[in-house]
Ligand binder design. Sequence first.
Ligand SMILES: Cc1cc2nc3c(=O)[nH]c(=O)nc-3n(C[C@H](O)[C@H](O)[C@H](O)COP(=O)(O)OP(=O)(O)OC[C@H]3O[C@@H](n4cnc5c(N)ncnc54)[C@H](O)[C@@H]3O)c2cc1C
Length: 378
Amino acid sequence: MKDSVPARKRILVIGGGFFGMYLAEQLARQGCAVRLVEKDPAMMSRASYANQARVHNGYHYPRSVLTALRSRLSFPRFVEEFRECIDSGFEKYYCIAAPLGKVSAKQFLKFCERIGAPCTPAPHGIRALCNPALIEECFSVQEYAFDAVKLRDLMAARIAAAQVHCSTETSAERVTPKGDGVMVELLHAASGEHETVYADHVFNCTYSRINFLPARCGLDLVPLKHEMTEMCLVDVPDPFKRVGVTVMCGPFFSVMPFPPVGLHSFSHVRYTPHYEWRDGDRPGFFDAEDRFRGDLRHSAWRYMQKDAARYFPVLSECEYRDSLWEVKTVLPRSESDDSRPILFLPHYGLKGFHCVMGGKIDNVYDVLESIDAHNLLS
Ligand SMILES: Cc1cc2nc3c(=O)[nH]c(=O)nc-3n(C[C@H](O)[C@H](O)[C@H](O)COP(=O)(O)OP(=O)(O)OC[C@H]3O[C@@H](n4cnc5c(N)ncnc54)[C@H](O)[C@@H]3O)c2cc1C
């Protein structure tokens, strides 16, 4: 008698950002039949592109040691796995602001020691550029940037090799229970046709739109905070060309190489978020997509630059080129300590419907661990 071969799990991944692509590839490699749908014409064109491109190595999180330690674990793994997408050829400095800083230089150094992150006094060149009345200390650190376009191309090749069936311009519109799995209604934007597919497991990797399907299907909204953000792209003066700087922590701004376009990204804690809203606070659901498409955009670049130039006067010579606008979504609990845990909600209101969100790119490894820990695919 022949052994019966267990049926391949059918998986639908919704959202072709980095999280959806990575998950789709990993699940296909585990033997699942995976389909990935993305509503836009291109993969990784939303938050996975429009962000500061920082490969976190812990420094950013002096108020959340857990996030810092998780970053320290995932940093070498991410850098190794995506070596060809990493820009490590610049000097990165963390500068501690005084007198308004929430963290002193001594505390920052101690924190780096605690998480085992390299941190040494910065060389004279960068110190000479900062305003000593407002910067207590500058440290050289090990932090890199990723190239989102190279990452997208690499992931596209990897999911093709793993035989993931991909459809762009295809949005998931509704989920309903069916037996042990989920029926998903898809809408193909080009033809206007609807398609209904069955999956044993559906992974909702839609980041700022995590609540779109729950809202449509009468499920509870996941409590989330959204910010409409502006990341400026600027041409920096010569001394900053191969330099990235983060000034923390109170005033908090970062100027970092943004590899896909050969400019620097510029974010500022006060001016990058333009406004915010929350899901789950009140009845009704505000679709982040409507805000993203319909928003009137007035750049806050002048304010960012003016404030940053108080700390590094040479930044007044930056030339503004463009802005990346994106909805940033965080868990409300991250507000107090600026932590970046993943959101992982297995069987969210429906058996087989799982909501997944990573607060930063390298958190994908935590998502894989959670899937294993919940034994989801056995
Ligand atoms: C301003 C800003 C700065 C940041 N800086 C950093 C940083 O420096 N380093 C870092 O590691 N992280 C950073 N992040 C966080 C990082 O960008 C996110 O953690 C990550 O991109 C999330 O990836 P994702 O795949 O979940 O989301 P996305 O890349 O947004 O992908 C979600 C996809 O789902 C699609 N979608 C939505 N609804 C549907 C639907 N119904 N059907 C089909 N498709 C759908 C969307 O079109 C989108 O392509 C930053 C984020 C922002 C906004």
